[in-house]
Design a protein around this ligand. Structure first.
Ligand code: SAH
Length: 358
């Protein structure tokens, strides 16, 4: 067991089992050993590759999506462009370059990057040093970002937020907890007492063994974003791997060095994530007073935003990279690759036009 594992084990020995959400939060954000406080998951030899790293077209289209929403809402002269979990900063770099088509937009927005990872913040600062706009950073989303129209992008951010898991048993829904086995190793175990749960009706029948996941941190944040957009205007584009509709399932996963790993061993050294429940985010945004669109698949969104035209233009400008550009687009939109598993949700104020791609 690693040092963070030892620390979690002694906490459990002293205070009893932890929820999976508590375990994920410690694994991600422990100041000394946490995955997102101490590691660069996207670095050379990192743990995973994301859409903005696959092609510049992804960030360009996300940026133009925000520009269009800003035009649709009457070009508010003071607005914020916020990215949650910007990784290496490449999405924002590509978005801002594309937004040069609308210099008024670049002048109107104050750009805020929200990231808890100091190593990634260093990379983001270097990346945006020549973007020609002023950018500020903060570790968490908060109220200070809610007093102007809010244009927000979050790619592969919500999957990193902690989830709780509940399992249907003969006794009712019991919480899946992180506890200790007979050898004092971390192990999963069900809470002895069942909990009363309000399962959304769209999920269908749960049989014994069904797993139901919630992410209180995600829904609280989506509600806050929805409230800000409902009150001040703006638009949010949330992209991630995830699901919508009926069914149950365990989606908690650990990834290290591009491979699936055991969830409990090596906390803080590997990436823990879960598929995003888009219906839960949509409901939360509506509770905040906003309107939601989608989810649509990433393939539908990018195709609707014109990625195939953009691809042909790029290929004309870079004939030597024709094949590489086509392969990147295929990775992003092909249903067998990221096109269907990845989905997009939009959050807008009542009365705003339907956003492009939805
Ligand atoms: N959006 C980027 C990076 C995805 S990785 C891309 O698509 O390439 C997840 C990002 O969210 C990282 O930048 C990570 O540091 C940040 N992050 C994860 N959990 C966070 C939290 N609880 N608070 C703030 N930032 C977080």
């Amino acid at each position: 067991m690693n040092a963070l594992g030892e620390r979690i084990a002694s906490l459990i020995a002293a205070q009893g089992p932890l929820s999976i959400a508590q375990f994920m939060a410690m694994s991600a954000l422990d100041p000394q050993y946490g995955y997102y406080t101490t590691r660069d998951p996207l670095g050379l030899g990192g743990d995973f590759v994301t859409a903005p790293e696959i092609s510049q077209m992804f960030g360009e289209l996300a940026g133009l999506w925000c520009v269009q929403a800003w035009f649709d809402q009457g070009r508010p002269p003071h607005a914020r462009l916020v990215e949650l979990g910007p990784g290496t900063g490449s999405l924002m770099e590509d978005a801002l370059r594309a937004a040069k088509l609308a210099p008024e937009f670049r002048e109107a927005v104050e750009i805020v990057m929200v990231d808890a990872n100091p190593a990634l913040v260093v990379r983001q600062k270097a990346r945006l040093a020549n973007a020609g706009v002023s950018v500020t950073w903060q570790a968490q989303f908060d109220e200070s970002l809610c007093n102007w129209p809010l244009f927000l992008i979050a790619n592969e951010f919500f999957d990193a937020l902690p989830i709780r898991q509940f399992v249907q048993t003969a006794r009712g829904w019991c919480e899946n907890m992180v506890t200790l086995d007979a050898n004092q190793n971390l192990a999963l175990g069900l809470s002895p007492d069942p909990l009363p749960l309000n399962i959304p009706s769209g999920r269908g029948e749960a049989t014994d063994g069904a797993v139901y996941e919630t992410s209180p941190a995600s829904t609280a944040l989506a509600e806050e974003i929805g409230r800000a957009i409902a009150m001040r205007g703006g638009a949010a584009l949330i992209l991630d791997y995830g699901y919508s509709g009926d069914g149950f399932g365990d989606t908690l996963q650990a990834v290290g060095e591009h491979q699936f790993r055991d969830v409990l061993t090596r906390p803080g050294e590997i990436d823990l994530s879960a598929h995003v429940d888009f219906d839960a985010l949509a409901h939360a945004a509506k509770r905040g007073g906003a309107v939601s669109y989608g989810p649509v698949t990433q393939g539908e969104l990018l195709t609707g935003l014109g990625i195939l035209n953009r691809m042909m233009n790029l290929q004309r400008q870079n004939p030597g990279d024709r094949e590489e550009i086509a392969v990147a687009v295929d990775r992003l939109i092909n249903p067998d690759q990221m096109g269907t598993l990845f989905k997009a949700l939009a959050i807008l104020p009542h009365g705003a036009p339907t956003p492009p791609g939805f």
